[in-house]
Design a protein around this ligand. Structure first.
Ligand SMILES: C[S@@+](CC[C@H](N)C(=O)[O-])C[C@H]1O[C@@H](n2cnc3c(N)ncnc32)[C@H](O)[C@@H]1O
Length: 301
């Protein structure tokens, strides 16, 4: 590195010890791992938060994080600032096509005859809502004219307040639509301005957003009875013990035969062997065994 480049690097805000303590605190409260490669990121986000709360040393900032009064709120702000919220409508189309064709359509067919047909879907780590709204649009497409008869709830949860607020507002710029078929943009969005598009009431009515940290055992245990869970592009940020805990929650939250979709570059290898791996054309999903599959498995071992 040249002298000039070295001179431009901002001074570290956190000492080695403070970085270590903060990493442990964040891991304890969120499962997120902040090792040495993330040090510069953490340093710059902490510098911003220190300016926001009006302290000028890492030690004073840690004191705030640990204080019973200000700590919980400030920790939420910091977690919001250090998490990656990258997302878009219809992200990973092959996976969503597989969901629609091989999971949603058969599920709808099975439930159609019921007097109270219902669908429960959870988008865990939903960021600013593009994923659960895309799922809502696919549900509306599959239900067609029958939609008003159905009890559909799609839950979008995330640990970051800023993205949950944006999701509830439901208004997006062009960048959120990269890769989105024009059909959906025309059918399910109202144009608010040259670069502003608002989700229409149809999908909005199906989706509920809430703050939920995967590390919140009580909150996670409350998420029950889902036919499908999406947790895409979030598990990569956790170490194996945290992934195991979170995926065990997703397993318990599913009905027997329910499906889990994770990011296309993610895997449950070494994390859980409770699911059946299902190969759809262009996508993989994990299925919670039906009750009789479990019995067969138990008898066979
Ligand atoms: C990269 S985004 C993925 C969004 C969407 N699922 C997608 O694939 O487009 C990951 C999201 O996971 C959330 N997240 C990270 N750690 C979390 C935790 N411990 N509990 C809940 N959400 C978390 C982040 O706030 C972020 O919005």
């Amino acid at each position: 590195m040249t002298q000039a480049l070295r001179a431009k690097a901002p001074p570290a805000v956190l000492t080695d010890d403070e970085f270590h303590r903060l990493g442990e605190l964040l891991y304890d409260r969120s499962g997120l791992v902040f090792g040495p490669p993330k040090r510069r990121l953490l340093d710059s986000r902490v510098a911003r938060r220190m300016a926001a709360v009006g302290v000028d040393t890492g030690a004073a900032y840690l004191d705030i994080l640990l204080s019973p009064h200000q700590g919980p709120g400030e920790l939420l702000e910091l977690l919001d600032a250090v998490t990656t919220h990258e997302t878009s409508f219809f992200r990973n189309r092959p996976q969503l096509n597989a969901f629609r064709q091989y999971v949603l359509a058969p599920l709808v067919d099975r439930q159609r005859a019921s007097s109270h047909p219902r669908l429960r879907i959870w988008s865990a780590g939903c960021s600013s809502g593009e994923e659960p709204y895309s799922l809502a649009m696919l549900v509306l497409e599959v239900l067609g004219d029958d939609a008003p008869r159905w009890d559909v709830r799609i839950f979008g949860t995330d640990l970051a307040r800023s993205v949950i607020e944006k999701a509830r507002h439901g208004e997006y710029g062009r960048y959120s639509f990269r890769g989105t078929p024009a059909y959906y943009v025309q059918k399910y969005f109202d144009v608010q301005g040259p670069d502003r598009f608002r989700v229409t009431d149809g999908p909005r009515r199906l989706v509920t957003f809430d703050l939920l940290n995967f590390q919140d055992e009580v909150g996670m245990a409350r998420m029950q009875g889902f036919h499908v869970v999406f947790c895409r592009n979030a598990l990569i940020y956790f170490d194996r013990p945290a992934k195991k805990r979170f995926v065990a929650h997703f397993y318990r939250s599913l009905v027997p035969g329910g499906h889990l979709f994770i990011g296309h570059s993610e895997s449950l290898h070494g994390v859980s062997d409770a699911f059946k791996l299902i190969h759809f054309p262009g996508a993989l999903a994990y299925q919670k065994p039906q009750a009789h599959d479990v019995t067969e498995h138990t008898h066979g071992t």
